[in-house]
Ligand binder design. Sequence first.
Ligand SMILES: Cc1ncc(COP(=O)(O)O)c(C=O)c1O
Length: 402
Amino acid sequence: MMTRIAGRLAAVKPSASMAVSQAAKDLATTGVDVIDLGLGEPDFAAPAHVTETAFKAARENRMLYTPAPGTPELRRAIAAKFKRENALDFALDEIAVSNGAKQIIFNALMATVNDGDEVILPAPYFVSYPEMVKLFGGVPVTPACGAEDGFHLTPEVLEAAITPKTKWLFLNLPGNPSGAVYSEEQLQALGAVLARHPHVLILSDEIYEHIIFDGRAFVSFGKACPDLRDRSLIVNGVSKAYAMTGWRVGYAAGPKDLIKAMSTVQSQSCTSVSAVAQIAAQAALEGPQGEVARFREAFERRRDLVVSAISAIDGLTLDPPEGAFYAYIGCAAVIGTTTPDGAMIANDSDFATYLLREAHVAGVPGAAYGLSPFFRISTATSEAVLKDAIARIAAAVSRLKR
Ligand SMILES: Cc1ncc(COP(=O)(O)O)c(C=O)c1O
C-alpha cells in the first residue's frame, strides 16, 4: 500500500522514554498502581519568582513575536550565564534560543547534516539523538562506552570512530542515562584527537550541568578546549536546572555562521520561542540561584538512596552515577532467567516489560540507549516513591528462576 508518510520517517522511532511513560499511564488507567520512572523530569516547582515574572509579563501583554534567535534580553542573560558559570565569552550573535535543548539540537542537525553524514553518539546516548540524525539523512555511529570505562568515551574509541564522513561528535555532560561526568583532562584528551580532524564539529549537551555529585566541579567542553571554539556548539537550557521542563526553553552558543543557519531554520518553522517563556527563562538565569543548589542536593540524596538499595539486590549492579538524575542499572545476571509464568528474559527489553507487568514499575531498557543489558530509572521523584519502586523491583527479581 502507498504510504502518505515521508520516506525520511521510515527509520525514525518515537521517543522510547515517552513510550514507556505512555505504557505506564495506560496500565494505570486499568486501576493498577504503577510507579512511572520512565521520564526524566524534576518533580520540583520552578522557582516562585520565575512564575511571578511570567504572570506579570502576560498581564502586561509582553506577548508578541520575538527575534528568531531569542530576545536580546534573554541572550544577554545567557551570555552572562556562560561568563559566570563557565568562564566563556559569547557575543549575542553567537547565541540562539529554542524550544528546549531538543529543538536546538534539531535545528543544528537540520542546518548541517547532508545525506550520509555520520554523527558519533557515544553509547549509551540520549534516546533522541540517533532518531534526529536519521531524520536528516545522517548515519548514527554509536561506539560502546561501557561501565568498565565509567561510560566515558576514550580518545582511542573516538579516534577509531572518526571517518572522512564524520560531521559531528556529540558529548553529553553529565550523561543521560549513565550520569558520566568528564574531567577537564578527559575533555582535553578528546580535544587532542579532534584537533587532528578539523572537519568534525562538536556538540556538547550540558543540560545536566548543575546536577553533579560528590563535590565535582563541572567543566564545559568550551572551557576545556578553547582551541576548538570555532567548531563547538555548547547546548544548555532551563529545563533541568530550574525544574522548567514544560516552559520549553533551551539555548546554545557557538560559531556565528552555525547560529545564523540554525536561526534561519527556526524562523521558517516555529518563528521563535514563546515570548513569555523567554521572559521566564531570563528571570531564572538572572535571579537568585538558591533553588538550583537545593535541587542538586536533593538529587544527590536520591542517588545515594538508589545506589545502596539497588546494590543490595542480587542480580543488579549500579556504580554511583556522577551526575544527572538517572540510574543506569546493569542487569546482565537476570538475562537468561525465567519468570514465574515460564517466560525467558532474553534481553533488557524483556526485563523492563517484566518489571512493568510484575512490579508495576516503569523503566526504560538499555536497548533504547544503544548499550545493553541495562535499564534506566529516573531518580527525579521522591525518596518514598524510589524506596517503594526499588522494593518492588527487588521482589520481582527474587521471583526469577536461574
Ligand atoms: C541529554 C538531554 N538533552 C536534552 C534533553 C531535552 O531538554 P529540553 O527539555 O531542554 O528539550 C534531555 C531531556 O531529557 C536530555 O536528557
